[in-house]
Each structure stands twice: as C-alpha cells, then as structure tokens.
Design a binder for this molecule. Structure first.
Ligand SMILES: Nc1ncnc2c1ncn2[C@@H]1O[C@H](COP(=O)(O)OP(=O)(O)OP(=O)(O)O)[C@@H](O)[C@H]1O
Ligand SMILES: [Mg+2]
Length: 235
C-alpha cells in the first residue's frame, strides 16, 4: 500500500515567554493511502495539532512532512494555498456552516473554490440531504448539520478527509449514521480518512488506530478486520 504521508522527526513546540509546550514531540509516522485511520488519546495529547500540521494549516517547528513525494514544510505561500485547496477536506465537531446560507448554498460555496469539484446534486443525495437542502442551519438537527459539513468537505473532492471529533456532538444513533457515511465515502472515493475521537469504540472501523500521549505516538494498532459502523459499541 502506498504511503500518503511520511513524518520524519516532527515536533511542534508552542513557546510562551519561558514556558514551552511540546504539542508534537519527535514523531515518526507513515500513513497509508486510502486507509481509515483513527487517532485517539487524552485531551492535550496533540491530536488536533497533528491534523493541523498534516493539512498545512499550521507549520512544524522541526522535522519534515512528506505528502507523497512533496515536502510540505518547504511550501511557499502559493503552493500552500494550492495544497490546502486540493488535498485536505475538513470536518469538525462544531459544523462551522455559514448561518445565512441554506444547506445547498453552503455546499456549493465549497465547490466553487475547487479545480475539480464533484457534482453538488450527487453529493447532496449521497449524504442523504435531498429533503433538507433548502433549510438554513438553524432549521436542522445535529446529524443533518454534520451531513452538510461532510458534503461541503467532500464536494471539493479532497484526497484526505480530516475529521476532528466528527461525532462529538451527536448521540449514538446519529454518530453511527455519520460514521457509516464516512465509511461509504472512503470506499467510493478512495480518499484517506483520518478521524480524531475520544470514543475508543470508533477504533473498530479503522484499518489503523494511532494512540497519542504527551505529543508522542504511544501505540499503533493495525486491524486485520474492520467493523461496519453499526456493528461497533459506543464509548
Ligand atoms: N495555539 C496554541 N498555543 C499554545 N499551545 C497550544 C496551542 N494549540 C495547542 N496547544 C497545546 O498543545 C497541546 C496539544 O493540543 P491539541 O489541541 O493538539 O490536543 P488534543 O489532543 O487535540 O486535545 P483535545 O482532545 O482536548 O482536543 C496542548 O497542551 C495544548 O494546550
Ligand atoms: Mg483536539
């Protein structure tokens, strides 16, 4: 299997006066293309920071990150913008939708900035929002809002979907439906799915489960068999 990200001695240090936090502490890691990767670990262990540096939203302090053969730490501003437009899609716990646009418009907006967007109508159907596409965010449930945010991330046809606590605000039923949708997307579009979660049960849907602790990789577990979202436990 091809490696999509290679991290070599990656550190991210936040300095404030004479106090520093090693959010990422000398990480070496390969991430396989097309896999579902779940990242778990205590609060403050560096999970979100890892997503931020992989997606080029933040810079590393030391080390190198390769996306395929490109060292993304050496990108100039222009390459960084191109990379962020083409490679990562983002899904968060708080859906971050634009409140005065309906669902369909929130999704269309994202399609305009992509060079090779997917068809908005197809994506709306795929995520099960056809009946809700004319609703404003305040008229939708948490699960529906998360579907809009997934559609918005997906429509630009990203190679990697970064999901930071995608089910964090949802109950078990909604949460599993969202995971089921993410699994379907991974299968259909062959993009790499990186999911950060506090819910260890979600690890059962992953090809690889990465546990972080104090800015380091504490454990890497490869699942020979992965479960479907509706077969897993919850928390
Ligand atoms: N912008 C920042 N400035 C200073 N310190 C930061 C900043 N962002 C994160 N940190 C620190 O880096 C460490 C890792 O933070 P990070 O957000 O990656 O943790 P996390 O594993 O995502 O936690 P959580 O599960 O609570 O979301 C924490 O100690 C945090 O306080
Ligand atoms: Mg976090």
């Amino acid at each position: 299997m091809a490696v999509i990200y290679k991290l070599v001695n990656v550190s991210k240090i936040y300095k404030r006066k004479n106090f520093e936090t090693r959010a990422l502490d000398d990480i070496n890691l390969d991430i396989n293309e097309g896999e579902v990767i779940v990242i778990v670990g205590p609060s403050g262990s560096g999970k979100s920071t890892l997503l931020n540096v992989l997606s080029c939203v933040d810079n590393v302090t030391n080390g190198e990150i390769y996306y395929k053969d490109m060292n993304i730490c050496l990108f100039n501003e222009k390459s960084k913008v191109e990379y962020i437009r083409e490679v990562p899609g983002f899904i968060f716990q708080s859906y971050n939708l634009i409140p005065n646009l309906i669902a369909k418009e929130n999704i269309e907006l994202a399609s305009h900035i992509s060079k090779a967007p997917l068809d908005v109508k197809d994506i709306i159907k795929l995520v099960g929002l056809n009946e809700h596409k004319y609703k404003f965010p305040f008229q939708m449930s948490g699960g529906q809002l998360q579907r809009v945010s997934i559609a918005r991330a997906l429509v630009k046809n990203p190679r990697v979907l970064f999901c930071d606590e995608p089910t964090g605000a949802l109950d078990e039923k909604m949460g599993k439906q969202i995971l089921k949708l993410l699994q379907k997307i991974n299968k259909q579009y062959k993009n790499t799915l990186i999911i950060v979660t506090h819910n260890p049960s979600i690890g059962d849907i992953a090809n690889t489960v990465i546990t972080m602790k104090n800015g380091k990789i504490d454990n890497i577990k490869r699942n020979e068999k992965t479960k479907k979202a509706d077969e897993i436990g919850w928390a």
